[in-house]
Design a protein around this ligand. Structure first.
Ligand code: C2E
Ligand code: MG
Ligand code: MG
Ligand code: MG
Length: 283
């Protein structure tokens, strides 16, 4: 009886695995169609320039407007995308949509430096530089209004290849940024050698736990000093309180981003949101 029960468990387990695999395959099929059918949308998260108190940029963040499941966050579908070779088609779509939007804003007199997130898959695919060029050419966006962000842990996957592609992007005038800096336990030596113009200090350092303010401040100050020595600017990400904003400004971060300042929003809401905030009101 025990043996039979064991067999049943194995059978159940196999059935679960099969169901999970089936679900993933369904999601992948739907996602492939979603990219083509215009179900992906971008929300834009404002970036504050601390020295001037001006909103100088936005970060494009992808969402999936799923016909039945509603608006899905990237964490809910990018892992599946990565398993089914869909990262690069998504990156291509995001680059196109974000550059087109930024060019439209610029044409309307709203000059916003727009960031796009890419993945290690895009670097590995070897098509990133060409895809960026194509998006810039199609949209007519000046390259200095585009930033490409790659997470520190993704940089670490292939430092040499990443450095080469970063250098090429920067030669064309596109800025490059290392995202989630301080979360990946990467080699500092390798990071210092990266041709990037911006370090985005990870939320885990900015949103420090209760009672750890001085440790967080020391860590942020160290990153800012390192960045300054390399001629690189810093952005404090995940700013959720006025105290965190003040700390980022005091420690010399150039930019800040976070829910305390703004929530990511659809493109259509951004101009109105900015209009309600005179630069002087920010500080
Ligand atoms: P990220 O690039 O580090 O983006 C910041 C994420 O943190 C966003 O979540 C944003 O909504 C959230 N966030 C910003 N400020 C705060 C804050 O003050 N508190 C908290 N708790 N969260 C904050 P989102 O949009 O869910 O994106 C998650 C990650 O998904 C991004 O992290 C990025 O790695 C990835 N991602 C987003 N869009 C794309 C894309 O178009 N392509 C690729 N390859 N990855 C993307
Ligand atoms: Mg980012
Ligand atoms: Mg980030
Ligand atoms: Mg982050």
């Amino acid at each position: 009886a025990a043996k039979a029960a064991g067999r049943n468990r194995v059978r159940l387990f196999t059935a679960d695995l099969r169901a999970a695999a089936q679900h993933k395959a369904t999601v992948a099929t739907e996602l492939r169609a979603a990219v083509a059918d215009g179900q992906l949308v971008l929300h834009y998260h404002p970036v504050l320039h601390l020295p001037s108190g001006r909103w100088t940029g936005v970060e494009a963040l992808v969402r999936w407007q799923h016909p039945r499941r509603g608006l899905l966050a990237p964490g809910e579908f990018l892992p599946t995308a990565a398993q089914h070779d869909l990262m690069t088609p998504i990156a291509r779509w995001v680059l196109r949509a974000a550059t087109r939007q930024a060019a439209a804003w610029a044409a309307a007199g709203l000059r916003l430096v727009t960031s796009v997130n890419i993945s290690a898959r895009d670097v590995a695919a070897g098509t990133l530089v060409a895809d960026v060029h194509e998006a810039l050419t199609e949209s007519g966006l000046p390259p200095e209004l585009l930033v490409v962000e790659l997470a520190e842990r993704s940089v670490a996957e292939d430092v040499e290849r990443t450095a080469a592609q970063f250098a090429e992007l920067r030669r064309t005038g596109v800025e490059v940024s290392i995202d989630d800096f301080g979360s990946g336990f990467s080699s500092l030596g390798q990071l210092v050698a990266m041709p990037a113009g911006l370090l985005k200090i990870d939320r885990s350092l900015i949103a420090y736990p209760e009672g750890r303010r001085s440790q967080a401040a020391a860590a942020i100050a160290a990153v800012v000093a390192l960045a300054q020595a390399c001629g690189v600017r810093t952005l404090a990400e995940g700013v959720e309180t006025p105290e965190q904003l003040a700390m980022a400004a005091e420690l010399g971060c150039t930019f800040a981003q976070g829910f305390h300042l703004a929530r990511p929003m659809p493109a259509g809401e951004l101009a109105g949101w900015l209009a309600e905030r005179a630069p002087s009101a920010v500080r």
